[in-house]
Ligand binder design. Structure first.
Ligand code: APR
Length: 249
């Protein structure tokens, strides 16, 4: 580990210890080492697929187009993807009282699988689906996707995964609980996010503005946060850096 990075990790661990209310804010990058591609960048999903497939109105009008891609890019890894050392590291920091809550943009449930308890899914989840006709809710089961577009077992209406599509509102509960966490936080550990998508990407700025929160960022390259609000930039893979931070606890 380069000397400078080592010193920065030491500084980050010290800031985490000193913080009264540290929370984590995570994006797709934390799950890349679990085999789940990010959205942007050279290997990103948006370099292969058009984001239109995740637009709510397009989904409603052309479900036969959207559903096969949704199954391929999200549900096909759902059973196999496992948490990586970054997810486990955050769960351990929560257990020892360092990280109080996680706000995630991810829908892969890997924080929960790693043992994190207080997770706010700002962009919803793959775990459940809702019928767009009768609004009945279903826990994900591969049988629901046997025939696409997925249809409601009760009324045969169009089933929609409960993650946030483009042009769709953030789930009320996740929004409220995330903002409640942000206004309490005096440290945000920002992991694996480009900081491109509103309103999620405004959350670390809100913490900086409200409490002058310390922003520690883990990313393999600079993001939209780095030169604006990041205080400690730990350049590297989340699955490698988090275990290094844990050495200090
Ligand atoms: N460790 C840390 N960071 C990583 C790693 C890694 N191993 N691999 C990639 N990254 C970083 C990339 O450098 C990039 O900054 O993760 C970030 C991924 O950025 P995006 O793909 O844009 O993901 P995210 O910021 O979570 O996107 C936000 O956009 O399409 C919507 O709803 C979708 O929740 C998503 C939102």
């Amino acid at each position: 580990m380069p000397n400078n990075l080592d010193n920065l990790i030491k500084r980050a661990a010290k800031a985490l210890k000193r913080a009264n209310y540290a929370i984590a804010f995570t994006g797709a990058g934390i799950s890349v080492e679990s085999g789940i591609p990010p959205f942007r960048g050279p290997t990103g999903l948006w370099s292969k697929y058009s984001p239109t497939i995740l637009d709510l109105y397009h989904f409603r009008d052309f479900p036969e187009e959207s559903w096969p891609t949704i199954k391929e890019i999200f549900y096909d890894y759902w059973e196999t993807a496992k948490p990586n050392p970054a997810h486990y590291g955050l769960a351990e920091l929560e257990t020892n009282g360092i990280i109080k809550e996680i706000i995630t943009q991810n829908i892969d449930n890997l924080h929960q699988k790693a043992g994190s308890k207080r997770v706010h899914e700002f962009h919803g989840t793959l775990k459940t689906l809702t019928c767009m006709d009768c609004y009945h809710n279903f826990k994900y089961d591969p049988i629901l996707l046997k025939k696409l577009p997925a249809s409601c077992p009760d009324c045969h209406g169009l089933l929609k995964p409960n993650f946030v599509f483009f042009s769709e509102a953030i789930p009320e509960q996740a929004k409220i609980s995330s903002i409640e966490a942000i206004v309490k936080a005096d440290l945000i550990l920002v992991i694996g996010t480009l900081g491109e998508v509103m309103p999620a990407c405004q959350l670390p700025y809100l913490a900086k503005k409200t409490n002058n929160a310390t922003i520690i960022e883990i990313n393999i390259e600079e993001s939209n946060f780095t030169r604006k609000i990041t205080d400690i930039f730990l350049k590297g893979k989340a699955g490698e850096i988090l275990p290094e931070i844990l050495h200090y606890f």
